[in-house]
Design a protein around this ligand. Structure first.
Ligand SMILES: [Zn+2]
Ligand SMILES: [Zn+2]
Length: 342
C-alpha cells in the first residue's frame, strides 16, 4: 500500500508500506481526504518532539470503513486521531483531549496519509449522510476552532478578534461568526492569508490595540500574537491561546491585572466539539472552500508540503481515492479563492 512517510531530516515521500491490520478494537479505514497542518510541517522539519522517522503522517482523516464494525462497510467517517491513556488526571476527569500522555495517529502511530489506516473502533465518528468526504474534510481543524471559540466564552452579539489568518485562525473567525458574534476582525500580515480572509467576507485589520474586543483568540503561536492579545481585549474579556507556542512568550501582566482579564489555553477538542464541527459543516455554515487552497493527490503531496513550508498555500488537502466528479457549486467558488482547487 502507498503512504506518505516522513523518512527523516526534511524528507517526505510516498513509500510502499505493509497493509495495517485490524482486531476487535482496531478497525480499518480507507482515507479519502487528509488535511496537512502545522503539526505535519513540524514533523517534516524534524522539530516534533515525539515523531520518529518512518512514520506515516496524517491526522486529519476522513474516509470509509473497510469491513463491518459497529458501522456498515463503506460508512463515511471522521477519525478522531487523539489517543488518550485513560488513567491520568485529565483523563479521569473526562478531559482525555488534554491527556498528559496523549498520542496521535500520524505522529506516534501510523496516520491517514495512506491507502489504509488502522484506527481504534471507538475513534470513528459517522459523518452526516448528506455531506461528501470533501465537505467534511475540515472536521479536525474545525473542531480545534470550535473549542477555541468555546473557551473564549463568546456570547451572541459580542465582538471577536482573531490574531492570525492561517487555517485555524480563519476557522475560529468563521465559527465566531456562525456562533452569532456581532463583529469579527482578523489580524494578519501575509498578503495571501489576508486575501483568503477577505474572500471569506471577514474584516481584515492590521491589529487591535484599543481594548475593544469581548473575546480574543491567538492562532499564531508567535510571540507577537501572544503580546497583542491583552491589547485587544476589553475590560473583563477573555483571551484564548490556541496557536502552539514553543514555550516562553511575553505577556503584559499589568494589563491582565488592570483589565481583570481571563487568559485561557485551548487544546485539541472533545467529542462534543467534533459533533459541533460536523453540525456547522452539515448546515453549510462553514465551507471548506473558504480556507482550502489546494487539493492534491498522494503523489503530489511532497511538493505541496514544500509549498506549505514556503508559506505559499493556505490549507492543503490530500485526496487519496478520487471521489465522484465535483458538484456544480465548485465553479462559483473558483473566483473567491486565492489558489487552484483540483
Ligand atoms: Zn492538525
Ligand atoms: Zn491520560
Amino acid at each position: 500500500l502507498k503512504a506518505l512517510v516522513w523518512s527523516g531530516q526534511t524528507e517526505i515521500e510516498v513509500q510502499a508500506v505493509d497493509a495495517p491490520s485490524s482486531s476487535q478494537d482496531w478497525v480499518l479505514v480507507r482515507p479519502e481526504y487528509v488535511g496537512v497542518c502545522g503539526t505535519d510541517l513540524t514533523i517534516v522539519s524534524g522539530a516534533h518532539l515525539r515523531a520518529k522517522p518512518g512514520i506515516v503522517i496524517g491526522h486529519e482523516i476522513v474516509g470509509r470503513t473497510i469491513g463491518a464494525s459497529r458501522l456498515p462497510e463503506g460508512t463515511l467517517v471522521f477519525v478522531n486521531p487523539l489517543l488518550d491513556c485513560g488513567a491520568c488526571r485529565p483523563c479521569r476527569s473526562g478531559a482525555g483531549h488534554a491527556c498528559e500522555r496523549l498520542r496521535l495517529l500520524g505522529v506516534d502511530l501510523p496516520g491517514g496519509a495512506a491507502e489504509q489506516v488502522s484506527v481504534p473502533a471507538r475513534s470513528i465518528v459517522e459523518i452526516p449522510s448528506h455531506l461528501t468526504a470533501l465537505q467534511a474534510a475540515l472536521t479536525e481543524p474545525l473542531s480545534v476552532a470550535v473549542r477555541a471559540v468555546r473557551q473564549s466564552h463568546l456570547q451572541v452579539g459580542d465582538y471577536l478578534h482573531v490574531v492570525g489568518a492561517g487555517p485555524i485562525g480563519l476557522l475560529c473567525a468563521l465559527v465566531g461568526r456562525a456562533a452569532g458574534a456581532g463583529r469579527v476582525t482578523i489580524a494578519e500580515v501575509a498578503p495571501m492569508r489576508r486575501e483568503l480572509a477577505a474572500a471569506a467576507q471577514l474584516e481584515v485589520v492590521d491589529g487591535v490595540t484599543d481594548h475593544a474586543a469581548d473575546a480574543v483568540i491567538d492562532a499564531t503561536g508567535h510571540p507577537a500574537g501572544a503580546r497583542s492579545l491583552l491589547q485587544a481585549v476589553r475590560y473583563g474579556g477573555t483571551a484564548v491561546m490556541v496557536g502552539m507556542h514553543a514555550g516562553l512568550a511575553e505577556v503584559d501582566l499589568r494589563q491582565l491585572i488592570f483589565g481583570e482579564n481571563t487568559l485561557r489555553g485551548s487544546r485539541n477538542y472533545t467529542s462534543k466539539d467534533v459533533a459541533a464541527a460536523l453540525a456547522l459543516l452539515a448546515t453549510g455554515q462553514i465551507d471548506y472552500r473558504s480556507i482550502v487552497t489546494a487539493v492534491v493527490t498522494l503523489a503530489e503531496a511532497p511538493e505541496a508540503v514544500r509549498r506549505l513550508r514556503q508559506g505559499t498555500e493556505g490549507k492543503v488537502l490530500i485526496s487519496i481515492s478520487p471521489p465522484a466528479p465535483a458538484s456544480t457549486t465548485d465553479e462559483d467558488s473558483a473566483s473567491r479563492k486565492a489558489g487552484p482547487i483540483s
